[in-house]
Design a protein around this ligand. Structure first.
Ligand code: NAD
Length: 453
């Protein structure tokens, strides 16, 4: 209760200041806090593959100060402190191994979370309850039930949320979605979401598949968190956890929050989802394998307005990236390029790295006479989060968007696991007439962890 009062007082002061026409960010001292300046104070959780990249972007913003770092691996935590305190040339950034202690700090405005998917639900909700605005990662969570709990918490505690689906902050992806939204390829019939296949050995640990004792400087018990306890095997811990369904969701769920996110942007489906999901193909290694996530997969989904979406990895007819096919042409976009069926929608730009052509097509800059409805343009994904913390306006990838972007991937995984079609009610967010499939919307938590919002 004490906490809620503090949160609402903070809201009230910010709202009052905004009403007077002053910048909404006010010195933290107004709230009885100890921040060294009127910068947005940020705590970061998770210093693995993505945490440092996100943090570097925040360190580069002069109106943000990273004041706390948390990780369960002492080596990663030490690296975080070296980087952050080295950047500011001081020792102000404090180290935490328990995220709850960090979240309890009243002088932290916002947090960046880059932890494995099994932890997204609990850490996000703890942050939101403690009044923090959150920059979280994709997919929104490991299960749809956890995603729903995060959405509820963001709404309940009225917090700003940005998801790390950073393609929304890149011109090429936004312009592609604008072309589609402005009807320049006619009515959308079919959408193709091409994702990677197989497994990548991101940590260089593919040969470390033996059971061993966890290192003394790593809190493995907490790292497993609400997932099922299983023996420590280095090859399925840092970075490579995504190939184990106990913690992550394979290539499908690692990427759905990028290319389905862009697909939905063009389809105007940020607040809805498919109503039918048909599994077409899935190569699942035995569940007992250390890396057990589907290597090659394909599902067809249908949306209420007659659009269909194919989600596939390892199927050469579905190109990596997002392709919208309409009644009057098509547009394709990916990190590697942009292409369209019509000459006026594509501009050939040969970008070179040394002697090599690295990109064939760049999205064209189209005028307001052609693009009548512009989509949300940011000055950078992390910058957008900071701007929205000040303005209290939604970010380019708010929590509801992230939830809907990842949901088709979760549903495809359920359908592929059960090898049968499922019907989804995107309004009520329930699977229709299939109790066994409905059970897979969530999962049991290992005690003492509990999902509550
Ligand atoms: N947006 C992108 O382009 C992008 C790219 C890569 C990863 N990601 C996402 O970022 C998240 C992290 O992925 P990663 O590849 O960096 O993982 P990682 O394994 O490399 O790093 C995760 C870090 O979190 C720490 N950690 C785990 N549980 C914790 C807890 N309870 N408290 C504190 N620290 C904890 C681990 O010790 C590790 O240092 C995932 O959700 C992933 O999907 C996003």
């Amino acid at each position: 209760m004490k906490h809620q009062l503090q949160t609402s007082r903070r809201h009230f002061i910010k709202a009052s200041v905004a009403a007077l026409g002053f910048p909404t960010i006010v010195p933290s001292s107004v709230f009885g806090q100890n921040a060294p300046s009127n910068r947005i104070t940020l705590g970061v959780v998770g210093w693995g593959m993505q945490g440092p990249g996100n943090t570097n972007a925040f360190l580069a913003e002069p109106d943000c100060q990273v004041v706390a770092a948390c990780d369960l691996d002492k080596k990663h935590l030490a690296a975080a402190l070296t980087k952050i305190n080295g950047h500011y040339n001081n020792t102000d950034c404090k180290a935490y191994s328990d995220y709850r202690e960090m979240m309890a700090r009243k002088d932290i405005d916002a947090v960046m979370l880059a932890v494995p998917d099994n932890w997204h639900g609990l850490i996000s909700i703890e942050a939101l309850k403690n009044g923090k605005d959150v920059y979280g990662e994709k997919p929104l969570a490991r299960t749809i039930a956890e995603q729903q709990a995060i959405v509820r918490a963001v709404q309940k505690y009225q917090r700003i949320w940005q998801t790390g689906s950073w393609q929304r902050s890149q011109d090429r992806f936004r312009i592609a979605a604008e072309i589609v939204r402005n009807g320049l390829i006619g009515t959308i019939k079919e959408v193709q979401v091409g994702l990677p296949s197989g497994h990548n050995d991101f940590a260089g640990t593919k040969d470390k598949m033996q059971v061993s004792e966890p290192p003394a400087d790593f809190d493995y018990e907490t790292w497993i968190g609400p997932a099922t306890m299983q023996p420590y095997i280095e090859g399925r811990i840092h970075k490579n956890w995504r190939w184990d369904y106990n913690i992550g969701g394979g290539q499908l769920l690692d990427w759905i929050g990028h290319h389905c996110d862009i697909a939905h942007w063009g389809m105007d489906c940020d607040n809805t989802g498919p109503n039918e999901i048909n599994p077409v193909q899935a190569d699942f290694p035995p569940r007992t394998d250390i890396w057990n996530t589907a290597t090659k997969y394909r599902a067809e989904t249908k949306y209420a307005n007659g659009m269909s979406m194919t989600i596939a990895g390892g199927h050469p007819d579905i190109q990596m990236g997002t392709k919208w096919i309409g009644s009057d042409g098509w547009v394709w976009v990916d990190r590697g390029g942009f292409d369209a069926s019509k000459d006026e929608l594509k501009k050939a730009v040969q970008r070179r790295q040394g002697d090599k052509v690295v990109s064939g097509f760049e999205a064209p800059k189209l005028g307001d006479d052609i693009i009548k409805k512009r989509l949300y343009e940011t000055k950078g994904h992390q910058r957008n989060f900071l701007d929205c913390i000040k303005s209290r306006q939604p970010t380019v990838t708010p929590v509801e968007t992230a939830h809907h972007s990842a949901t088709p991937g979760h549903l495809a995984l359920i359908a592929m696991t059960l090898k049968r079609s499922i019907k989804w009610d995107p309004e009520k967010e329930i699977i229709i007439g299939d109790p066994e499939a409905s059970k897979l919307l969530g999962r049991e938590y290992r005690g003492p962890w509990k999902l509550e919002a």
